[in-house]
Design a protein. Structure first.
Length: 363
């Protein structure tokens, strides 16, 4: 035993019975102390049973112990003896072995996360390449999506999305809405591409923005990319021309001159002529044919029906918090950004005076 301890540099080794039951540990100090206590010579120690010399200073752990218990005991012990429920010795566990395993696990996890994030970053590039939006909008999308990807622990699941949603709470509601829209569109893209086996979506609704926050221009580019239908048509009429849902319901094909790019909107006994261009004009060109006549929406519908169409469409675009009122406010803000004065904006909106627009012009 002395030779084992000295030749291998061990400070203490486990002691077992013949049937491998754990008795304790023994060190050179334990042997010397036993020799001194019993006043024995060197030659008398040779054939002595080491059982009485063992010490229980080293703690033990069961072979089904969790890592927390092991780490707690290793604070005060260089190693731990591992035994089963019958006291049979299974081996030892050291601080060094734990650290090596933790480092290996960390490196594996880090490499997994890094590889996963690189893969999703490539998918972001592919996702944005399909979008017909401005460079500034693509940069905003890329920023939000890379931020989302960097928050993921190597996978997309409900838990990782909840963690991301908790981080979103630090942002203003308007920013939350933009980020949620970008992420939900990206998640849908990944699912459709087969990169995700299950369709995930950010489930929590961002708090309603305050009046002050509503006076910010939102990124509504996804409204231009959805499937054609009454919902999309109504959204673009509001966002690009500032029309009320009631005005859209009464709009007829004869009120629209696509060649000159104008729309005539009647409200009571007054009429206003609005310039028609951009995506809305292209959409109307696409749906108009030789048989197009009567109401734009083909027949008379209720405002409630149109509100539902708008709600369904914006929800499909990842903008569930956007309403017809919000779209009209966005039209107002965009006109003000272009330099449109209060009186001219009131005319475009069909208002009798610009009084209700004063809040938008306050700095």
């Amino acid at each position: 035993m002395v030779l084992l301890l000295t030749s291998n540099g061990y400070s203490r080794v486990p002691v077992l019975t013949k049937d491998k039951h754990y008795l304790g540990t023994i060190s050179l100090a334990d042997i010397k102390r036993y020799q001194d206590e019993h006043n024995l010579q060197e030659w008398e120690m040779v054939n002595r049973d080491i059982g009485p010399m063992t010490s229980d200073v080293v703690a033990t752990v069961k072979d089904d112990a969790n890592l927390s218990e092991v780490m707690h005991k290793l604070v005060d012990n260089p190693f731990l003896a591992v035994v089963d429920s019958q006291g049979i010795f299974k081996g030892i566990i050291t601080r060094k072995s734990i650290l090596k395993q933790l480092i290996a696990s960390y490196m594996t996890l880090h490499m997994t996360i890094s590889s996963f994030q690189k893969q999703l970053t490539t998918q972001i590039t592919n996702f944005l390449a399909r979008k017909t939006i401005s460079d500034s909008s693509k940069q905003a999308y890329a920023y939000d999506l890379k931020q989302f990807v960097n928050c993921l622990p190597g996978r997309v699941d409900q838990t990782s999305l909840k963690l991301y949603e908790n981080q979103l709470k630090e942002w203003k509601p308007s920013v939350q809405k933009r980020k949620r829209s970008a992420v939900n569109q990206f998640l849908l893209y990944l699912y459709q591409k087969g990169e995700l086996e299950e369709f995930f979506k950010l489930s929590e609704t961002a708090p309603l923005p305050s009046q002050q926050e509503e006076l910010e221009i939102f990124d509504l580019s996804s409204l231009y990319e959805g499937q054609e239908g009454p919902g999309k048509l109504a959204c673009l009429f509001i966002l690009e021309l500032g029309l009320l849902p009631s005005e859209i319901l009464e709009l007829k094909w004869e009120d629209i001159d696509l060649d000159f790019g104008v729309v005539t909107v009647a409200k009571g006994s007054t009429k206003r002529v609005l310039r028609l261009d951009g995506a809305l004009k292209e959409l109307l060109f696409g749906i108009k044919n030789d048989n197009s006549q009567g109401l734009i929406l083909s027949k008379a519908f209720t405002r409630q029906w149109l509100y539902k169409q708008i709600q369904s469409y914006v929800g499909g675009c990842g903008l569930s918090g956007v309403t017809a009122q919000v779209l009209r406010q966005q039209y107002i803000l965009r006109q003000i950004e272009k330099g449109t004065g209060a009186f001219e904006l009131a005319r475009l909106l069909g208002l009798k005076s610009p009084v209700t627009l004063e809040k938008y012009y306050k700095t």
